[in-house]
Design a protein around this ligand. Structure first.
Ligand SMILES: *Cc1c(COP(=O)(O)O)cnc(C)c1O
Length: 408
């Protein structure tokens, strides 16, 4: 079930203060969720969650992560600079990148961040900067298939990430010879997984692979990183991931291999903030042709997941939650693209012009995937604070912002 903890007065007030479309994030929801996650994994003394910055890269959100004891998982120059802005230092940062520009790897090295190498060729790049770090993480791609209900990243054999099994051996031998002392093993094989056994199965794979590699190469694995990928309940019939159950199954795997003391890291993004973000939009158009359409002042440029993945986002109409959902609508934006639809054939209460519509589960991979197609600009972002205040944490873009990079 999507998150319904905030009432419609909160959304209405935010819309009055800042206009629509608008992203609103629930600070209390985010903080409580992190506390639960840390509690669930507290059996591991050195557990640390690194928030995947790309999911919601607003510094006010990142500050919350650091205050709650989390680090940041970053993968670009700009994300490294965001980490600097909020005071993340050294091992507060986990740097993973793919097809990585050399200077970004160098920036991560200068900050003494955890570095997660994605490819065997990254080793030479890293060694070209001089003495390598004491500790390095390698990203593993086991190939074949790792089942998932979501076709974005279901089969590692088709995914562009990570080292093959053989490359892990070769890479470790090279890095050991270059003086690296300890290693971490990382993999991210599934996205938005609601399968309770994803993390446990991944933990087993990484621990077993680590043990094999230790035997083959004589290196020592100091930690494993289960990365992100835990899903959330986008649909009303979805059950939320049971984080306590899942953490307990991971514990059993660690225990079976006598690794309870080995540090465990995660890089969750969606799971942490997804349910606690809302896109608030106003109904500005209705249209009756072969189908019945409701037009919003938000569009796919604000939230592209439905257009890009056919993703379901729950929608409710403010103050009409309990009315019969008796009318079928396509809920659309204003782009000149027919996939600009937040919902297709969705049963909703009868909608009137000017109604406020709340699109749920927009706290991760939502604002951050926004773009400016059709000259549609990014909205503002507001943090609904623990004290019940509405804090503007990003203003909306203006046409001047859009023109700012042009030479004309
Ligand atoms: C995207 C990403 C994550 C977060 O994924 P979620 O599905 O949001 O949990 C974590 N680590 C890396 C390296 C990523 O690219």
């Amino acid at each position: 079930m999507p998150n319904f903890t905030l009432n419609d007065d909160v959304f209405t007030k935010a819309a009055e203060l800042f206009g629509t479309p608008l992203y609103l994030y629930d600070e209390k929801g985010i903080r409580d969720n992190i506390k639960r996650l840390k509690d669930a994994f507290s059996w591991n003394k050195n557990y640390r969650q690194y928030y995947a910055v790309k999911a919601l890269p607003n510094p006010e959100i990142l500050k919350i992560m650091l205050q709650e004891g989390c680090g940041l998982d970053v993968s670009s120059e700009t994300e490294l600079l965001l980490a600097d802005m909020v005071g993340a230092k050294g091992k507060d940062i986990f740097f993973s990148a793919n097809a990585m520009p050399m200077h970004e790897l160098k920036m991560a090295r200068e900050r003494q961040a955890h570095i997660n190498l994605d490819d065997i060729s990254d080793i030479d790049t890293l060694l070209s900067f001089g003495k390598p770090p004491e500790m390095l993480c390698l990203r593993y791609n086991p190939g074949g298939s790792f089942s998932s209900e979501n076709d974005i990243m279901g089969s590692p054999g088709q995914s562009k990430y990570g080292f093959t099994r053989k490359q892990l051996t070769d890479g470790l031998i090279k890095l050991k010879a270059a003086g690296v002392k300890g290693f971490g093993l990382h993999a991210l094989l599934v996205s938005n997984s609601k399968l309770p056994d994803y993390y446990p199965r991944l933990a087993k794979l990484l621990i077993e692979t680590g043990i094999e590699l230790e035997k083959e190469t004589g290196v020592i694995f100091s930690y494993i990183n289960l990365s992100g990928g835990i899903g959330i309940a986008y649909k009303p019939e979805d059950k939320p991931s049971d984080i306590y159950g899942l953490a307990d199954e991971v514990k059993k795997v660690f225990s079976k291999y006598g690794k309870l003391d080995m540090p465990l890291y995660t890089e969750l993004g969606r799971y942490i903030t997804g349910p606690y973000g809302f896109l608030i939009a106003r109904v500005i158009h209705e249209k009756d042709i072969y189908k019945r359409y409701i037009g919003l002042d938000a569009c796919a440029a604000n939230l592209m997941r439905p257009a890009m993945y056919g993703a379901y986002h729950h929608i409710h109409v403010a103050y009409k939650r309990d009315m019969p959902h008796s009318t079928m609508y396509d809920v659309t934006g204003c782009l000149c693209e027919n996939n600009d639809k937040f919902a297709i054939d969705r049963m909703l209460p009868k909608i009137d012009m000017g109604d406020l519509v709340i699109i749920h589960d927009a706290g991760a991979h939502s604002f951050s995937m926004g773009y400016q197609y059709n000259g549609r600009l990014r909205s503002a972002e507001v943090l609904y604070t623990i004290d019940g205040e509405y804090k503007l944490i990003r203003r909306k873009e203006t046409s001047e912002d859009y023109f700012a990079t042009l030479y004309f």
